[in-house]
Design a protein. Sequence first.
Length: 266
Amino acid sequence: MTPPTRAELISHLVRTGIAGHVDTSRQNNLRHYRRLVQKDPYHQFGLTFSHDWTFSEVLALMNKRCGVVGDEDYVWGIDTIDPDLTVDALEAVADRLALAAERRERILFATGHPNKLQGTYRVWKDALSARGCPVVTAAARGYTYEVTTERPPNRRFVVWRDEIAIVTDGHLARHSHHPFAMRAILGDLSDRGEPWPQLVIADHGFAGAAGEAGVPTLGFADCNDPALFLAEHEGKLLVTVPLDDGYLTEDYAPLRDYVLSRSGLS
C-alpha cells in the first residue's frame, strides 16, 4: 500500500480522532495534570523532574507540545491534539529509526497499550530486525508486581509477545501506566551482564522508566498523560508523539506506514 502524504495523514488523524478533536475530555485532561503536579506516582510514569511543576506550567507545556487548549478557564468539553505536532513528532521518530537501522542498534519495544499500539510497534520492530538491529527480548520474563490501587490488589506479570514487552494479569493483556516492568527488564539485563538497549520505543511507564534510566527513548502519549511530554522537555526522552492512544490497531496503519516510508524501512 502506498504510504500517505503528510496532508493525507493529517486528514486521517483528524477524521479518526487520533488527533484534532479527540475523545479524551477536557475535564479528564485537567484532572490528570493536577494529579501529576500533586506527584501521584500513577501519573508520573516512573519519572522525576527537575523542579516542582505547577498546574499552569503543565497546561502551557501541553498546549505547546500537544496542542490542547491553553486557556485555564476552559474546563469542560472537547479538547484537542494538534495533528501537525503529531506528524512533526512522527517524522522525528522516523528519522531516529533510520539512524538506528544505519547503526544496527539494539532495540527494545514495550507497551502499556497491548491491544492498541502493539501491532504498530511490531511492524516497526520487524523492519528494524530485517535491517540487522538486534531486538532485546525476554529480560525479566515472569517478573511480577502487585497493583495495590485495585481492590482487591492484583498481580501483573511481564511477558513478551511478538518480542514486545507487555504485562498481563496472568491470562489477559492489561493496560498499564506502571514503571515497574521496565525497571525489572533493565535490572535483569544488568544482572546477567547483557547490554541495555540503545533505543527504546514505548509508552506509559515503560517509556518513563527507560527515559529516567537514561536510555534513548521514543515515547507515545495521549493528551491526558503529560509525564512523557515533561520528560521530553527536560531531555529525558528524545521524542514524545501526541496522539489518542485508544484506537484499534488498523486505525494506526497510515501513521505506521508514514514512519516506515520516511525512515526508508518500508
